[in-house]
Ligand binder design. Structure first.
Ligand SMILES: NC(=O)c1ccc[n+]([C@@H]2O[C@H](COP(=O)([O-])OP(=O)(O)OC[C@H]3O[C@@H](n4cnc5c(N)ncnc54)[C@H](OP(=O)(O)O)[C@@H]3O)[C@@H](O)[C@H]2O)c1
Length: 254
């Protein structure tokens, strides 16, 4: 198995896309650091599933919007595994409301969790990856970084910042043998969609399967597949890119 003996830390991996990534990397051999913020039970469940796959998992409660939380997350990772091969910055939060209703508190909250965390997680990850002589970082963006979605202004700005951080890290960490990229999903079927308003026609953000050229919604496993690929030698020459996984949704004019 290609990730056997490797250690992967996925932020926000108790639920949703993060959980799918954690399970996928474990299926392919990796030991996993499961991180959560508020919901311990799903994180414990994810770790139990990883255990059933014959892989090791630790569960770490840490708020990645808080630099102290990030420090503890990586300290516990080092204590348990000694080193790190893969970091997936997946966790996100945000205040969904129109631009004119946004407040400074919501901006700071969203930016710190979605964008600032990636830079400071990388700072802590690099020394652990240097113990291996190489490493992979994948950041989880969204199409709202480029396109305008309803009530998404602050999250969209945070994802644009995250994509910029991805490019800088890709260049600055390349000499250390660390490959950095981002994945950007279309509308992915997870609990996160509950935070968006259902439109009058019953669709969510007008992004139903009928508008996806590939003919179906993106599933968390679709994202996990691409994240895993970006962590293999086959993707070695992809650096600082944002790989869109949306079934072609953003290609067409709606
Ligand atoms: N769903 C979509 O349509 C979609 C589309 C494109 C991109 N994405 C991106 O994919 C990623 C995952 O999305 P999702 O749909 O799986 O989200 P989700 O179901 O809302 O899950 C969010 C995850 O982030 C964790 N989290 C939130 N704030 C945190 C913090 N301060 N510290 C640590 N963990 C924190 C949550 O942990 P707790 O459970 O402990 O709170 C949870 O595991 C996000 O970056 C999102 O922007 C999602």
């Amino acid at each position: 198995m290609e990730f056997e003996g490797k250690v992967a830390l996925i932020t926000g991996s108790g639920r949703g896309i993060g959980r799918a990534i954690a399970l996928h990397l474990a299926e392919r051999g990796a030991d996993i650091v499961v991180n959560f913020f508020r919901n311990r039970t799903p994180a414990e469940d994810t770790a139990a599933e990883i255990g059933k796959l014959g892989r090791k998992a630790i569960v770490v409660k840490a708020d990645i919007g808080d630099p102290d939380g990030i420090e503890r997350l990586f300290a516990e990772t080092e204590l348990a595994f000694g080193a790190l091969d893969i970091l997936v910055c997946n966790a996100a939060s945000g205040y969904n409301r129109p631009a004119m209703e946004q407040r400074v508190k919501g901006w700071d909250w969203t930016m710190n969790i979605n964008a600032r965390s990636a830079l400071f997680c990388a700072q802590h990850a690099v020394p652990l990856m240097q113990k291996r002589g190489r490493g992979y970082i994948v950041n989880q963006s969204s199409i709202g970084s480029q396109r305008v979605l309803p009530e998404y202004v602050v999250v969209g700005a945070s994802k644009a910042a995250l994509e910029a951080v991805t490019r800088y890290l890709a260049v600055e960490l390349a000499p250390l043998g660390i490959v950095v990229n981002a994945v950007s999903g279309g509308t992915v079927l997870t609990d996160a969609l509950k935070h968006f308003r259902v439109l009058e026609d019953g669709s969510i953000l007008g992004s139903g399967a009928e508008r996806v050229p590939a003919g179906r919604m993106v599933m968390p496993e679709d994202i996990a597949n691409v994240v895993a690929f970006l962590c293999t030698p086959a993707a070695e020459m992809i650096r600082g890119q944002v790989i869109v996984v949306d079934g072609g949704y953003t290609l067409t004019v709606h």
